[in-house]
Design a protein around this ligand. Sequence first.
Ligand SMILES: *Cc1c(COP(=O)(O)O)cnc(C)c1O
Length: 876
Amino acid sequence: MCANVPMVKAIRRFTVRTVLPSNIAPLGKLAGNLRWSWHLPTARLFHDIDPEAWQASGNDPVQFLGSVTREQLEQLAANELLVTRIQELGEDLERYLSEPRWYQSLGDDAPRSIAYFSPEYGISAVLPQYSGGLGILAGDHLKAASDLGVPLVGVGLLYQAGYFKQSLSRDAWQQETYPVLDPDGLPLTLLRDDDGSAATVVLPLPNGRELRAHIWRADVGRVPLLLLDSNVAGNDEAARNVTDRLYGGGGDQRLQQELLLGMGGVKALRIFQRLTDTPAPEVFHTNEGHAGFLGIERIRELMDPSNENPMSWEEALTAGRASTVFTTHTPVPAGIDRFERAQIQHFFDAGLAPSVPTERVLELGAENYDGGDSAKFNMAVMGLRLAQRANGVAQLHGEVSREMFSGLWPGFDAREVPISSVTNGVHVPTWVDPLIADFAQENFGAESVLDPQWARVYDVEDADIWRLRRIMRSNLIDDVRSRLRASWKKRGAADAELAWTDNVLDPDVLTIGFARRVPTYKRLTLMLRDADRLKALLLHPTNPIQLVIAGKSHPADEQGKRMIQDLVRFTDDPEVRHRIVFLPNYDIAMARTLFPGCDVWLNNPLRPLEACGTSGMKSAINGGLNLSVLDGWWDEMYDGDNGWAIPTANNGATADERDDIEAAALYDLIEEQVAPRFYGTIRAAAGAAGPSEPSTDGVPHQWVAMIKHTMAKLGPAVSAERMLQDYVRELYQPACRSGRLTRQDNYGAARATASWRSRIKDGWSAVQVEHVDSLGVSEDPQIGDSLTVNAYLSLGSLSPDDVRVEVAYGRASENDDLSEITVADLDVAEDLGRGRFLFSGKILIDHSGSFGYTVRILPRHESLASNAELGLVVNA
Ligand SMILES: *Cc1c(COP(=O)(O)O)cnc(C)c1O
């Protein structure tokens, strides 16, 4: 009947904000601040107000409040019990937002404000602005900063469609949809200028075009997050679409996203500072290369000719670098963001940074090292050159990064490449199941999940833990069944065909989870390597396993989609489909049930290509055990009792052989170790400490012992609070000190440092070690003898104060490689005239066997954060 009525489209859409009666007014702030997403009492309040409406809103307080009618609000305002709870939680939030926390105990030797830039943020399912681990990590970083009182301001982009939603076709091919978000329905407020108009950032583009963006503010507890949105009036169609999707498009669109994030982001921060009267950030943290242009914008600010005393490029670079921290997240060269050099030139010639010579910008991203491509502009390389301090995200990843980027510091050993590491962590209150949170509160005497006394888990009865694990497993299974049914309906199945989904998975079977993005190196389908063996494990008569799998493939990655298809086809087989499922559309909401429900978390990347990996950490804090290749975080945290290590075959095996060997090892581990322990049928080794098995009371005590050990030991180590404290102490505070140093005397110090750097670079080619000798060793040297090392140096135009002369000594191998090295400084002993100096010092022979030493010259200055910083060294 309505077939001929045209669809009526609104020309303008408003979201009417609810007006709340005054005694329940705090609800507005409780819904608007994302703290509810990790503050259980607040989330429970929304649930208790109207459980059905809460569920219908998708657990989204903004939608929820929008759906409540006036009558319901009036009823609520008359409900004394709820009103009291609302008021108490409102007060609790105010207290949380203002009281001194850990960071406030650090005093003045800590930055007054820190800007954190990231292309994606995974904070909550209601703000889907993330694709995977990088975004989740950024979200956890902000939340932990909030809990610790770290004065962080986040900067990012607001994507109209976020990342895609995944579903499956009948033949198991990944389908992508991009539902458009309405910012007015999100927990965001528009940043407005004093006159009420939307605050606007403007970047000039080639051909006289402009890219304009508005700034949305999200409140993540105490941390404001600024998100730039180019879908605004005044932009042409192409400019409006710059922020249409996360990592959408390629080429120019991607570049414009990154220019907006980096350069526009700094401009947005400046507007925010002005409007809120908050201090300027003293440290800028670039989370991965995408945001690297922030460094150019800061240089532009310092070189601006309208400044009273504009800086030169070198001076501005010196000042900007000192207070910048860069975190690299990929050990895969193909994962690094690169543009055509010509493309960068095209955009900067349009006047993005008028006072900055484009040639200088191009040099920052140049791959002018062995194996580099001179036509490319490399965002990670620029990130490293614009930041005085850089880090990888796990110890092993730090090592791999030092190797990978060693070309930027020629003459130095990879060990000395100035890239440190801070191992990622996960925000415990977000990722711990509410049941575990309650359990911790009851059993560990914890005031809140913020401060769980994890070690007290040892005092809890095994049977209590085992019962809790079963409940969480059952909750997951309920969720799996309804998701699987929904997925099959999307794939075209009729209800009558789907009765079997009601019996998928068994709450008493060992449940193994595997969920993550699907790039090749994560090897989603390794488990299918020997399909018959997998089948046998799933259908084992006494010790069966069941698998829950999820993951999105990048839309352009055909190989990833094929892996998903192979896997789903396997799971479709009626013989095994009750024991293995693939759930489409992996996201935060799914993850929060998945981690707690799995007994074992599986991770089998190609070592060492997983930078850190955080999903195993989320499993651990819920009492899951890890079964993983020794890569990323697991390489440093596996201790033999907190899970299992899948051995790696990296001794020259081909990729195929490697998959065969590692898959076989995985099957063996599950069959011989994991499953028997779960079912309590393993026999303890003779004389082993701990409870003996087989279990007689239905509780697998050895398994529970591993759970307790995991929670007690890994809990604190994998928390984002530990991570954030590491960042503050190891990176933010040092960067703040360096930054303050450069600002002394109205940036006079930066100017002096820059001029020193230029002098050193210009004079370095004349620096030489002419001759080294040693005195004091007898024919027959012995341990405890000391030795005087004399180095005759020619320093050209440099002075002895400009250099550090090091002697490195230790055990010498036959080809003169040193090991067990000790390093000592030599001091200037004599001015030999015409730029020549004798440096000298004593070293102690501290071991027997062959002994050797060598001498090198390095630049020396109070502004340097590491020996390799300038990439200058003269070795004897
Ligand atoms: C934790 C998480 C990730 C990242 O997992 P990795 O182990 O780092 O690959 C990705 N997506 C979601 C939804 C997550 O919760």
